[in-house]
Ligand binder design. Structure first.
Ligand SMILES: Nc1ncnc2c1ncn2[C@@H]1O[C@H](COP(=O)(O)OP(=O)(O)OP(=O)(O)O)[C@@H](O)[C@H]1O
Ligand SMILES: [Mg+2]
Length: 653
């Protein structure tokens, strides 16, 4: 697989891009709206009163549904609301579904909306990515007609203009428009209305606002730095001394600096990174903010704020937090959603694919077709616990989790195993570790081609040089590397090389399957087979049948029932108007593959033959190599390696 650099913009591409930039900015200008509150009531509100009275939770939930509008129409509401995350987050559907459920319940006014949402997960497990998706999703939504948001112009909290309606008039408002107003004016707005408009709120200016993290509009982020110097003012602001000097009154809202993160997030979301690292005083403030929708700062009465808090933390910090008894009450006021690592190696591999294709270091580096899957298998092995059940081991469990069929185990077993080990995915190797190992291998080797075996070495190196790990864990992880190679890579690479020995493997396999079926039918019905070339009749070729069946250890006593079962499956396909394909019968497929491989084994012997290969041998080898390159995703370097690797494997069999 070659990771191509992004297409260079052709001339046409550039003009298209400039055109879309200007249409973006045209659209953006067109969407602007400004007027008095009176205009707002008259021209904006009537179209959709309930949309304009939404709480931040309702807004987030609507945003998720808006992004899901293009999803499959027959999908569940929950699935569609996850559409936003689909492009960036893989293998964590279950946790995402919980996040979505949280917003749905909170939007419906349930009590969970009064609890703080805490994402808990291992390092580099996608928590920040989830938060970023939500934030970007909100920004985009706020630019749409459905997501239009209005605010009192100039308000540092971008208050909902509907908060201007005095309490005594709200019942009437509700009767008229069918929605209740829950917010309160901030001290800033109250002062503004009095001072500038002598209380005539109908004249207060209103504007449409667009959420944007970069300009701190409706999206705030707080990351704790040094806890000893962290000041609560970072969250809720403080007296602005320069303004006090101008205005002369410390209690004037204009003399307050409204730059805290909770104000930036008003109407949208506040992301709290590593929330459990903050001082307890901060935590109380945030919990009260979620529960009561207000904050208290000195000098002012309670300040009403409507925003959704999205917090995250890692496991180590969480365990530390749990140890302090007085934190129990705090935990009670949070909704904790675990965000574990992916557990299907296919999903994990997609994560690497995403990270690798976005990184300049990987541009123009060829990875053999199994590199990422193999790295993913290793990663998942470190995350799984041993299954209790007889006949199951970790590699089998890993395959079940990836949706692969495992002989003798029903598919439903995966669900049961998952339920048995609820903490799986909360520990183990992180995607970042794997990606670092791969990039080290590439930069150090200064190479343009990385093979699976080189990847394993790079991972081994990464494990051995990791200062955080103790000896026992290092050993366990290195054992996982061995398992990944023996139980997965060997199988994959053998299959590639074997197939590459045929001009068209699929075709030959299909022909062989059909021959097998013909012979089986003749044998079951005690019919004669007519030889297509000589035209002579003969009995079914029992020797051929057995040599296929022996490849998958069908015994002499079991052959009859095996044959009947194959014929029955073939009949089912036939009746459905389909061809009986190898892919639809796992055991038959294995038997046929083995049969064909053995026929061609001599080519591989040529690879290692000690005598200097003659022209004919060289030719045969190079054809296989070329097929690996053309059809199986290898490059020259990795094709050579794969061939010699498989040859040594076969020598050991
Ligand atoms: N399930 C996943 N699907 C797709 N990408 C993922 C997934 N998990 C992690 N990643 C990728 O791994 C990288 C690290 O993830 P992220 O920063 O979101 O993790 P985090 O949970 O915030 O970690 P930390 O606790 O270290 O802050 C990101 O580039 C992210 O895209
Ligand atoms: Mg993070």
């Amino acid at each position: 697989m070659r990771l191509l650099a992004v297409d260079q913009n052709s001339h046409g591409g550039t003009t298209d891009f400039i055109e879309s930039l200007s249409s973006f900015s045209r659209l953006h200008r067109a969407q602007r709206w400004e007027g008095t509150f009176g205009d707002f009531l008259q021209h904006v509100l009537p179209a959709n009163p309930s949309a304009l009275a939404r709480t931040s939770h309702e807004y987030v939930w609507d945003m998720l549904r808006w992004h899901g509008r293009a999803g499959p129409p027959d999908a569940s509401e929950n699935l569609r609301a996850r559409e936003l995350f689909k492009r960036e987050l893989f293998g964590i559907d279950e946790p995402l579904s919980r996040v979505v459920d949280y917003f749905k319940a909170a939007a419906a006014g349930s009590d969970v909306g009064r609890r703080l949402l805490l994402l808990l997960g291992p390092p580099s497990g996608g928590k920040s990515t989830l938060a970023i998706m939500l934030k970007r999703g909100l920004e985009e939504y706020s630019r749409t007609d459905e997501g239009a948001l209005y605010a009192i112009r100039g308000s540092p909290l971008r208050e909902n203009p509907l908060n201007l309606i005095p309490t005594s008039l709200r019942p009437e408002f509700r009767d008229r428009y069918g929605v209740s107003i829950t917010g309160e004016l901030s001290p800033w707005a109250r002062d503004f209305v009095e001072r500038e408009f002598e209380g005539d709120f109908v004249r207060v200016p209103v504007e449409r606002v667009f959420l944007a993290e970069a300009s701190r509009v409706g999206i705030g982020t707080y990351a704790p730095h040094d806890p000893t110097t962290a000041d609560i003012a970072d969250l809720v602001g403080s007296v602005d001394l320069a303004k006090v000097a101008q205005i002369g009154d410390e209690g004037d809202p204009r003399a307050w600096s409204w730059s805290g993160a909770v104000y930036a997030a008003s109407r949208g979301v506040l992301e709290m990174i590593e929330i459990l690292k903050v001082k307890r005083e901060f935590l109380y403030l945030l919990l009260t903010l979620t529960q009561e929708k207000n904050v208290k700062v000195s000098r002012f009465p309670l300040i009403h704020l409507d925003e959704t808090i999205l917090a995250h933390t890692n496991l180590a910090e969480f365990h530390k937090f749990l140890q302090e008894k007085e934190n129990e009450a705090l935990l009670d006021r949070m909704v904790i959603i675990k965000i574990p690592y992916a557990l299907s190696y296919r999903d994990e591999s997609r994560i690497y694919q995403k990270l690798v294709s976005g990184a300049p270091a990987f541009r123009n580096v060829h990875l053999d077709p199994h590199v990422l899957n193999l790295a993913a298998v290793f990663a998942i092995l470190t995350r799984l616990t041993k299954p209790e059940r007889e006949g199951l081991d970790v590699p089998k469990k890993l395959r079940l989790y990836a949706g692969e069929a495992v002989e003798g185990v029903p598919e439903t077993e995966a669900t049961r195993l998952r339920a048995e080990a609820p903490d799986e995915g909360m520990t183990g190797v992180s995607p970042r570790f794997v990606i670092n190992a791969i990039s080290n291998a590439i930069t150090r080797g200064n190479t343009h081609s990385l093979t699976s075996m080189e990847l394993l070495l790079a991972l081994k190196d990464g494990i051995e040089s990791d200062a955080r790990m103790d000896v026992k864990q290092k050993k366990a992880w290195i054992d996982h590397l061995v398992t990944a190679r023996k139980e997965f890579y060997n199988r994959w690479v053998k299959e590639d090389v074997h197939r590459a020995m045929f001009a068209s493997f699929e075709e030959e396999a299909q022909q062989l399957l059909e021959k097998y079926l013909d012979e089986v039918e003749a044998s079951l019905d005690h019919r004669q087979v007519t030889d297509p070339i000589t035209g002579e009749s003969r009995a079914a070729d029992e020797r051929f049948l057995r040599s296929v069946e022996e490849k998958i250890k069908v015994s002499d006593s079991g052959k009859l029932s095996f044959r009947q079962e194959v014929v029955r499956k073939a009949m089912v396909a036939f009746k459905a108007g389909e061809k009986f394909k190898l892919a639809s019968h796992a055991r038959m497929r294995e038997a046929i593959e083995q049969y064909l491989f053995e026929e061609r084994r001599d080519v591989l012997r040529l690879v290692t033959s000690t005598a200097r290969p003659d022209e004919d041998a060289r030719q045969k080898i190079s054809v296989v190599q070329q097929r690996l390159v053309n059809e199986y995703g290898y490059d020259e370097h990795s094709a050579k390696e794969a061939l010699s690797y498989v040859t040594t494997l076969l020598a050991q069999e």
